[in-house]
Design a protein around this ligand. Structure first.
Ligand SMILES: C[S@@+](CC[C@H](N)C(=O)[O-])C[C@H]1O[C@@H](n2cnc3c(N)ncnc32)[C@H](O)[C@@H]1O
Ligand SMILES: [Zn+2]
Length: 304
């Protein structure tokens, strides 16, 4: 028998033929994902294993039940948490990232990934998770973010062939069993290294991306024309990471990204950085930028 596309690319979606998968709803796709990887998860409330996923609900051994939304997303928090990112900011972030702003950085992240189940911790509106899932088809990806509006956006649009599973959750209380993940990416987001160590398998990779000094420097210069805020100091975040993982390697990634007026407006609207300059918004938008610097450090460690 000829292999299906799923078998050819090696994604663990179970035995479902691709033409059957195309007829599935997003909730079905998420159910299939969970069913195929159920032992890798655990209940975020009581830490018991998940017993089953059926009728759109995943249930733990102790009876805690989590319903899949129509978008195939899960809600793993006790109560919603409000963050500084509004749906409008997240939509603009999706537009800028969708235009490829992070692509060269994500290519470097992808180089360090090994096949298996991979978590994007602090996935935001999901563009990074989807990009990695498409470019690393022999792995399965989960995106977790504490912001419900972010995960709602991540779950929007048609499900792709390599659809990640998205869940609202806290990266300090991850819904994963101990020592199961092949990889954990943590891009411009907060971290909890104790929890990351718990969920990573021996030999698993942690890849943390932090902004470097010149990240968005042209935008910073517009926002703070008089001050010394045009560069960003990643020292505290990097020192904290290196203290926990002294054997980590760090790869700098820096490039220029071209902006149209439309993309510049989206860039201005996607970050809290520009809140300082809301009173000068129309002047800044008129002045515009034709390009902006992307400057990161990609810190990688293989856990023992
Ligand atoms: C600057 S955004 C980066 C999002 C995405 N990685 C990206 O690069 O576009 C930081 C993200 O971390 C999320 N976050 C903050 N605290 C979190 C927590 N305790 N658990 C999960 N996500 C969290 C925020 O909701 C936000 O989406
Ligand atoms: Zn439970």
């Amino acid at each position: 028998m000829r292999p299906t596309i799923c078998e050819l690319v090696g994604v663990n979606y179970g035995d479902i033929e691709m033409k059957e998968r195309r007829k599935m709803t997003k909730r079905d796709v998420a159910t299939q994902f969970l069913d195929s990887n159920l032992t890798q998860f655990r209940c975020p409330s009581c830490h018991a294993a998940f017993r089953q996923v059926a009728d759109g609900t995943v249930t733990c051994e102790a009876g805690h039940a989590f319903d899949l939304s129509k978008k195939g997303t899960l809600f793993f928090l006790k109560a919603p948490v409000t963050t500084e990112y509004t749906t409008e900011m997240l939509t603009n972030r999706q537009k800028v990232l969708g235009a490829g702003f992070f692509d060269p950085m994500l290519k470097v992240v992808q180089r360090f990934l090994t096949p298996g189940l991979i978590l994007d911790a602090g996935s935001g509106e999901g563009t990074t998770t989807k990009w990695l899932a498409t470019h690393q088809p022999n792995s399965a990806f989960v995106g977790i973010d504490i912001s419900k509006p972010a995960i709602t956006l991540a779950g929007s649009g048609p499900a792709s062939e390599h659809q990640p599973l998205f869940a609202v959750g806290d990266l300090a209380r991850l819904p994963f069993a101990d020592n199961g993940l092949a990889g954990l990416v943590n891009i411009l987001s907060p971290a909890n290294y104790q929890e990351f160590d718990r969920v990573l398998a021996p030999g698993g990779r942690l890849i943390k991306v932090i902004p470097n000094a010149h990240y968005l420097q042209e935008l910073r210069a517009l926002v703070y024309p008089e001050g010394n805020h045009a560069t960003y100091d990643n020292g505290p975040v990097k020192r904290h990471f290196m203290a926990h993982y002294p054997n980590a390697s760090v790869t700098p990634v820096s490039y220029d990204f071209d902006l149209t007026p439309d993309l510049f407006a989206a860039l201005f609207a996607m970050t809290p950085l520009t809140w300082q300059a809301m009173d000068r918004k129309s002047a800044i938008l008129q002045q515009g930028l034709t390009h902006v610097t992307a400057d990161f450090e990609v810190a990688v460690v293989t856990v023992p």
